[in-house]
Design a protein around this ligand. Structure first.
Ligand code: MN
Length: 159
């Protein structure tokens, strides 16, 4: 029993030293709970803030669809944009927003589904205090790729 406690303490110390900070430990735990891989940090002018993308399809042209996992840090979001063939979002983690032009922003959580009809101008992204992840499925991709527009300003972003 005494040995078990000692080994547990040793394990904890190694974990803390190895990870530096509690924040990193928390991130590790959170990452281990993700269903889908987070992928690579993207550098693109089509997003505000830090976003990770993992594309997942292997038969995009045969299926006429493109899909992947997208993860946003708090406050990160897409620019305004539209999809000529429409898009489906399946929310897997955290809390975020979907906003279509002229409509109120919709608060989203794990398990929510968003259907975006072709050419509807919109944006999606994380809420101010939560990471946010969704599977994004772009449909009818033979109609053309995402049409990117201007960034979502601080004024437009709900807080
Ligand atoms: Mn979209």
């Amino acid at each position: 029993m005494k040995h078990n406690i000692q080994y547990s303490l040793l394990f904890l110390i190694i974990l803390i030293v190895g990870c530096n900070t509690g924040e990193k430990i928390e991130r590790l735990i959170r990452q281990s709970n993700y269903v889908f891989p987070k992928g690579e940090k993207i550098t693109s002018n089509n997003f505000t803030g830090t976003v990770w993308v993992k594309m997942m399809g292997t038969n995009d042209s045969a299926l006429n669809a493109r899909f992947g996992n997208v993860t946003f840090e708090p406050m990160a979001r897409t620019n305004w944009h539209s999809h000529p063939g429409g898009q489906i979002l399946l929310i897997t983690e955290g809390q975020g927003y979907y906003k279509a032009q002229g409509q109120p922003a919709r608060l989203l959580g794990k398990g929510d589904v968003v259907e975006i009809l072709p050419n509807v101008v919109h944006w999606h992204g994380a809420s101010p205090n939560s990471e946010f992840a969704h599977i994004a499925i772009s449909l009818n991709t033979d109609k053309g790729g995402t049409v990117w527009l201007q960034p979502v300003t601080e004024k437009e972003y709900p807080k």
